[in-house]
Design a protein around this ligand. Structure first.
Ligand code: RP5
Length: 170
């Protein structure tokens, strides 16, 4: 199948944080690629990746970066594809807020869909939802995922009850 999601990150040191995006895409049967594209160290590679993304058949780009996290915003400035930004708490982040705000606070006209700090799994799910808007098979898998999540929470409700915690709601 064709690769639909491009996952890029500023450094291979981001990989442990970014990997859950790839893992969740795999469970939804969505093909992805994953590589390093640094806004600061390989600016021309970043421009080239963003310029070619649509013609290469990608539907969504997930971009993770830490510190002065320009990568998602810069890629979004070049491509018309949706870009999901993953703020990474990395060795050169202050406390993670700097990464969050670098990715989140985009000016009008150049949106980046920013997930929570280190929340690559949500980036993968959001990418699947974007694809699922026009792909019924993926949409069905997303619906099953939600049902499964609900069942897990309801099991926890039962465990609390049987463990003796007071609950007059159900
Ligand atoms: C950012 O700098 C990367 O996205 C990474 O989060 C951080 C540190 O990179 P390394 O020094 O580990 O390569 O550009």
């Amino acid at each position: 199948m064709a690769i639909q999601v491009g996952i890029i990150m500023g450094s291979d040191s981001d990989l442990p944080v970014i990997e859950p995006a790839a893992a969740v895409l795999k469970t939804f049967g969505i093909d992805y690629e994953i590589t390093v594209v640094s806004a600061h160290r390989t600016p021309l590679r970043m421009v080239s990746y963003a310029q070619k993304a649509k013609e290469r058949g990608l539907k969504v780009i997930i971009a993770g970066a830490g510190g002065a996290a320009h990568l998602p915003g810069m890629v979004a400035s070049i491509t018309t594809l949706p870009v999901i930004g993953v703020p990474v708490k990395s060795s050169n982040s202050i406390d993670g807020w700097d990464s969050v705000l670098s990715i989140l606070q985009m000016p009008n006209g150049v949106p980046v869909a920013t997930v929570a700090l280190n929340a690559a799994k949500n980036a993968g799910i959001l990418a699947a939802q974007i694809i699922g808007a026009s792909d019924e098979a993926v949409s069905k898998k997303l619906a099953a995922y939600k049902t499964e999540m609900e069942a897990e929470v309801l099991q926890k409700v039962e465990r609390l009850k049987t463990g003796g915690q007071p609950n007059r709601f159900d």
